[in-house]
Design a protein around this ligand. Structure first.
Ligand code: AHR
Length: 627
């Protein structure tokens, strides 16, 4: 007989109890009655319902999960100057630094850092502040590595330090005794003593010898989860493990598509040794090192026992360009087939052999592949059919996910996305009650109650919980669901999205309210849905609530001015604003907002600045977007 795991239901009941507490006082006198019909098991709950969705956004990997501590390690983040690196000149030392492309490390990493020491003094070197600091913990081993070459007169030695941001306190030190005039890799271990954890630190490579040297791929790793080389941050992986997730949808999201064709997630450029990975511009406004690439995604799945839900690029780019179905699309279909072979092929296959070369001979099991991301374009029908036919022919067991409703083929699964207010989430709990039980299954591949920044409010977590009861109740149809975005680096300027699931800085991480709401569901999964009867004693109708809510205006890569804002309902004016009298009741998020000639003016071209007034719940956004 099917069983009900009671803690999950308890989670549901807790929510009812919280709702009961906000009922009018009279209702407490006569308790309601909740009857759970354990002898009438209903639909099965998908064992894979709760999983994760991830992409590089808000420094999810670089400056987040990916444990690399050096920012701009390959000097490609800016073509003009070595951003995030500074010259160190101590005790009479003098020198200079510059980008140099004359003798590159590899085809992929063509920019190097040149350090010229004119007067050695105590030391001359280069410092990196990491991603908003270099986190340091007591009694910990850090692995520093770099590629270096010297001019004929420079052979070292090089000193490698982790030190306080002002250089006054050395926290760990090691030496590279000698370098040569050809590119070669060097690595050292830096071990901290019994010190207090801190993050206002820097990493320094220095010397007290004169001459010129070149550096590339300068790297510093702390201990990683499962001790993987080039691995992930332990604290964040532990948070994810705490969710007991069933799957990982990757690599996006917009990150899959890119802002232009050459900025898509090009999986071939994300595999192999780090010196073969060029990195790429991401659609979220910063460059990705691709240190966390296709193999690392798959190993992340392996470490947390998650099924990969691999999204393949389908020829549709965020800027609206696309490759039409037909012969021009065929190379992209082949690219997806190769990618699947890299993940799943035996070592005797072409791409399975490459995966083995990269250190993972055992194939991964991929049961789900998604064709594109949020591809709502007209041509998707044709593109989907072309990918569908090719992938099914070679991998008949793989379930194919469509990003929107298609008519050309019957997808196994369709991916729906929701980013909404708490009120909207709660109101739509029954969304899937009447879904076709014979049609494609549903993957709610991105969803979130978007209240609270950088992480959700408690109200948002309650709405999430309500929404998840709807997903569970319909889990015979909704087989996979994942909150998005998963991660946010909470440092100023690090984030591109409002409401996120897990937050961190260089040293610490935390689960949001929504994280803990979802953990209750995910850790305590039921097997079947049981019907319930809820009886609530009649009560006098409560007085209608006073009008409440909020209004917002926002822009997307454009400038705009707003004036004479008026919100009406059934002829009644609920809100009116003439900016001639100021903007005192408005809140601003991102962008450059000012009052000008009685209008509210937004003058920045960045993505998604918004301005809101009211109680900041139930937000209605009027977007002004560039054509
Ligand atoms: O989760 C953030 C973004 O929202 C995703 O990249 C995209 O798929 C969606 O529009």
């Amino acid at each position: 007989m099917p069983t009900l795991k009671w803690p999950f239901r308890l989670a549901t009941l807790v929510i009812f109890a919280i709702l009961a507490n906000i009922l009018p006082a009279g209702l407490h006198a006569q308790p309601g009655r909740l009857l759970v019909k354990v002898n009438q098991p209903g639909p099965k709950i998908s064992p894979t319902l709760y999983g994760l969705m991830t992409e590089e956004i808000s420094h999810s990997y670089d400056g987040g999960l990916y444990a690399e501590l050096i920012r701009n390690r390959a000097f490609k983040d800016n073509t003009e100057e070595p951003v995030d690196w500074t010259l160190v000149e101590d005790g009479g030392g003098a020198g200079s630094i510059a980008l140099d492309q004359r003798q590159p490390l590899s085809m992929s990493l063509q920019t190097t850092l040149r350090l010229t020491i004119t007067t050695p003094g105590q030391r001359v070197g280069v410092a990196n502040d990491g991603y908003w600091g270099i986190p340091v913990r007591p009694n910990t081993r850090y692995r520093a590595s770099l590629y270096a070459r010297g001019d004929r007169s420079f052979t070292g030695p090089l000193t490698v330090d982790i030190e306080s941001a002002d250089g006054s306190n050395v926290l760990a030190r090691a030496e590279i005794p000698k370098i040569t005039s050809s590119w070669a890799p060097y690595s050292v271990t830096l071990t901290t003593g019994d010190l207090a954890p801190s993050e206002t630190n820097r990493f320094v490579v220095s010397t007290s010898s004169p001459g010129t040297l070149w550096l590339d791929l300068v790297s510093l790793f702390p201990p990683t989860y499962h001790d993987r080389p080039n691995g992930n941050r332990i604290d964040i992986m532990q948070k994810l493990a705490g969710l007991n997730p069933s799957f990982l949808r990757f690599p996006g999201g917009n990150y899959l598509e890119g802002n232009s064709l050459d900025e898509r997630f090009e999986w071939r450029n994300t595999i192999g040794p780090l010196w073969m990975r060029p990195g790429h511009e991401s659609p979220w406004g910063y460059r990705s090192s691709d240190g966390l690439g296709l193999l690392e995604y798959l190993e992340w799945c392996e470490d947390l026992h998650m099924q990969p839900v691999l999204a393949v690029f389908d020829g549709y780019v965020l800027n609206g360009t696309y490759i039409e179905p037909g012969p021009r699309l065929q190379p992209w279909v082949q690219d997806a087939l190769d990618e699947i072979e890299y993940a799943t092929g035996a070592v005797t296959t072409r791409w399975g052999a490459v995966r083995a070369r990269d250190g993972h001979p055992a194939p991964f099991h991929v049961n789900y592949v998604e064709i594109g991301n949020e591809d709502y374009s007209h041509e998707y029908n044709g593109r989907f059919a072309q990918f569908f036919d090719a992938i099914k022919a070679k991998y008949p067991h793989i379930k194919l996910i469509a990003t929107s409703r298609v008519t050309s083929r019957v997808p196994d699964v369709v991916d729906d996305h929701y980013y909404r207010s708490a009120a909207a989430m709660e109101a739509d709990v029954h969304h899937y009650d009447n879904s076709d039980r014979h049609g494609p299954k549903i993957f709610v591949g991105e969803w979130a109650t978007t209240e609270g920044r950088p992480t959700p409010t408690f109200q948002a977590a309650l709405a999430d919980a309500a929404w998840m009861t709807g997903l569970e109740n319909n889990s015979d149809v909704v087989i996979l669901a994942s909150y998005a975005p998963l991660f946010v680096n909470v440092n100023p300027g690090a984030s591109q999205w409002g409401t996120n699931f897990i937050g961190y800085d260089a040293l610490n991480s935390f689960g949001s309210t929504s994280y803990y709401a979802q953990q209750m569901f995910s850790q305590n999964r039921g097997d079947v849905v049981l019907p319930v009867d809820l009886t609530v004693p009649a009560s006098p109708a409560p007085a209608p609530p006073a009008p409440h809510g909020a209004i917002g205006v926002a822009t997307w890569e454009t400038q705009a001015e707003f004036r004479n804002i008026k919100v009406t309902h059934n002829g009644q004016t609920l809100y009116q604003k003439d900016f001639a009298n100021g903007d005192a009741d408005w809140h601003f998020n991102r962008g450059a907002w000012k009052l000008q000639d009685g209008a509210l003016v937004q003058t920045s071209d960045e993505d998604g600045p918004d301005a809101t007034a009211g109680d900041r719940l139930d937000r209605l956004h009027l977007f002004a977007a560039s054509p």
